[in-house]
Design a protein around this ligand. Sequence first.
Ligand code: NAD
Ligand code: IPM
Ligand code: MN
Length: 373
Amino acid sequence: MQKVGVIPGDGIGPEVVREARKVLDVACERCGASIDFEEFPLGAAHYLRTGEVLADETVSRLGEKHAILLGAMGDPRVRPGVLEKGVLLRLRFHFDQYINLRPVQLFEGVPGPLAGRDRKVDMTFVRENTEDFYVGLGGRVGRGRSRTDLDLVRRAYEAKFDVGIDLRDEDELAFQIGVVTKGGADRVVDFAFGLAKEKGLRLVTSVDKANVLTEVYGLWREAVERASKRHGMDREFLYVDAVALHMVRSPERFGVLVTPNLFGDILTDLGAALQGGLGFAPSGNINPGGVSMFEPVHGSAPDIAGKGLANPVGAILSSALMMKALGHPEAAKDMERAVRDVLAGGRHMTADIGGGASTSAVGDAVASRLRSM
Ligand code: NAD
Ligand code: IPM
Ligand code: MN
């Protein structure tokens, strides 16, 4: 018996997770996997009722699971960051899910923005998931803070840059720093090369901004260089701004990309757009030796929540990634094929891509296609 913790979360989270569960039930039946699903009611409602974001005890109960399936976190009634950092990022960091795997594929039948241009979209982002500007190191100085703090920052700034900083006494300043460690970069870059090899590719694209953020991404590049030699494979270094351009102009040039955390976040929303929309994009927060967590790339989409409009495909494909990680690769493949078949059929599309089908109608169609395979 395998154990999965399910966190439906906020907004459309519960709506899309319900559909993923439908498809998972059929997948388990077909492959004989026995999985016990336990729901954890985390998110805005829980926080507003109890004042608690995520109890330590809940974290340790999640730690006993073989995997976690999550919908989305974030609610307009709660200050930005409270739930996103307090639940999502805390779990990614706590379980050391250092790989954020985000495949980007445009499926037949889906009217992507590049439709008619005959462009192949099939790339995989390996996003570093526990470092960079996500480490939460930073602070604010100024209003309501001590003069000493302000003077300290002023002196540090001047010593480093040899220029003055225009900070009047009543001014305010905020800073947040990015961190890349050798070990942190090595392990995720190594995974990316391994994945590229598995896919029969010879090249990994590394994304950074080493022309400006020379310290952190200088170290990042050294890790890519080392892994390229170790694996006997090629690497290319591209700046993040250029990657954004190439993704739109010639997406077919990309196979496996490895990116620091923040750039990976941004580029995978662009990737989702190439797939036809955020509703199509799956992801896995992976610790190969620990508890991994699977979730669609999109957020809680408060603008469409509760209306049955959400596209559940990203959540269903995330649960397929989970089945693969749980040791059921055939089931995962079949789930993905069922999604492909339904999309190619063209009858079961949600409103985000111009269709009229509801969230549950798409889930039903995928589940029944899978059952009939
Ligand atoms: P979002 O991804 O929720 O929505 C962006 C746009 O895409 C919206 O117009 C939305 O309607 C649309 N969209 C998203 N998912 C869709 C789907 N499955 N089907 C159809 N349309 C879909 O991003 P946002 O609006 O910037 O953020 C809303 C909240 O979600 C915020 O609190 C944010 O912090 C949070 N968030 C959470 C996650 C996560 O839990 N992994 C990811 C991103 C944002
Ligand atoms: C994502 C989200 C999260 C991130 C936020 C909600 C913390 O945007 O999963 O892409 O930035 O990683
Ligand atoms: Mn994001």
